[in-house]
Design a protein around this ligand. Structure first.
Ligand SMILES: Cc1ncc(COP(=O)(O)O)c(C=O)c1O
Length: 381
């Protein structure tokens, strides 16, 4: 058995990130400034989009996307039932009613049939989530939103590197939101980014993200001399700092090589776990690129252990795992606030009850990966 605990979702941090953080610490400027602006430019270049705004989380990115595009109280936004709670909480923060939709299997992403069933005159937007890094099949969704005059706000928290039919993230929805949380494919510890081709929304997001002020701190205090600012709306404190961006600048450069490493780990799991009573994740359609964020395995009925028993058995063997996710409508807040109950979204419930994610990070050594494989084989033999 391995000696130390293998943490689920450990980040892959190198000397470059450490040196850049130290450089920022010594520079005299730690807040939002030149390094954050560089990260915004380089992130936009990576995706081939015009605009990107750095914020302090994907939750903030989602919240500001709705505010800037004029979605508000009285409106409804359709969200998948199988996602992280932040997708839905951001809708609620905006004063909007989230309408849950079931997923389709094997994609695990929002079902277009469900979207059609749930559209009302109050519906303003859909938030597709590219779950586990698998790009959502967007063409059928775009066809529906065009027909009904709805917006698409993409939750690409898992999927920076994903490609759908030759289109990178940022080119699918009207606004796209990214997460740089610690477990994500690229991290700034906490952080996020919004991209959109709509300049008016982008300008509003920049202002909303920093107190509603007409100028950010760097443009007020930089060597170009002090500038007055005006508060043009009651904004939020959602800005990213240069200290965080120092990590992000190097994480961004390593996205593609880290993806290659996760590809190797994914293949080792595919090869070594295929004879176990597990449904292994699919990398989706050939024409797309999966961002390989989470290797989520479904425990089959014939398994000697159910999902929770397996997680516990792996924990006792020093292997950390995660659940992505429990069907959202079963959480007390959402079921009480919106009247959802067991049985409302069968596909999402089934995945939520039987799936666990095993470690998949470019930081893992081959030895770590073999420890996971051996532990799973021992538990399920
Ligand atoms: C699908 C999804 N959306 C949104 C978020 C929120 O991201 P953040 O933690 O950056 O706010 C997460 C974070 O885990 C996520 O997994």
């Amino acid at each position: 058995m391995r000696k130390n605990f293998l943490v689920f979702g450990s980040p892959c941090i190198g000397q470059e990130e450490i040196d850049e953080v130290v450089d920022t610490m010594r520079s005299g400027w730690l807040g939002t400034g030149p390094k954050t602006h560089r990260l915004e430019k380089e992130f936009a270049r990576y995706l081939g989009v015009k605009n990107s705004v750095a914020v302090n989380s994907c939750t903030a990115a989602l919240h500001l996307s709705m505010l800037a595009s004029g979605i508000g109280p009285g409106d409804e936004v359709i969200v998948p039932d199988l996602t992280f709670c932040a997708t839905v909480n951001a809708v609620i923060h905006t004063g909007v009613r989230p309408v849950f939709a079931d997923i389709k299997i094997p994609d695990m992403t929002i079902s277009p049939d469900e979207i059609l069933r749930l559209i009302t005159p109050r519906t303003k937007a859909i938030i597709p989530v590219h779950l586990y890094g698998n790009p959502v099949d967007m063409d059928p969704i775009r066809e529906i939103t065009d027909r009904h005059g709805l917006m698409i706000i993409d939750d690409a928290a898992h999927a920076i590197e994903a490609i759908y039919k030759n289109r990178k993230m940022g080119h699918l929805g009207d606004i796209t939101c990214f997460s740089f949380y610690i477990t994500k494919n690229m991290t700034t510890v906490e952080g996020g980014m919004v991209t959109s081709e709509n300049e008016e929304w982008i300008d509003k997001i920049k202002i909303y993200a920093l107190h509603g002020m007409s100028k950010d701190a760097w443009s007020r205090f930089s060597d170009k001399g002090y500038k007055h600012y005006q508060v043009v709306m009651p904004g939020y404190k959602y800005n990213m700092t240069d200290l965080q961006s120092s990590i992000g600048l190097h994480q961004l450069k390593k996205l593609e090589t880290n993806l290659l490493r996760r590809q190797e780990i994914w293949k080792m799991y595919d090869d070594e776990l295929k004879d176990l009573p597990l449904e292994l994740p699919s990398i989706g359609r050939k024409e797309n690129r999966h961002a390989l964020h989470l290797y989520a395995i479904r425990v089959k009925k014939e398994s000697p252990l159910d999902r929770d028993e397996l997680m516990n058995a792996l924990f006792l063997k020093n292997i950390g795992t995660g659940v992505h996710y429990t069907a959202l409508h079963l959480h007390p807040y959402y079921s009480q606030a919106y009247g959802y109950k067991q049985g409302d979204f069968p596909a999402s419930e089934m995945v939520g009850d039987t799936t666990l994610s095993i470690p998949l990070s470019a930081a893992l050594t081959d030895e770590d990966v073999w420890d996971v494989i051996k532990a799973l084989r021992e538990c399920l033999k």
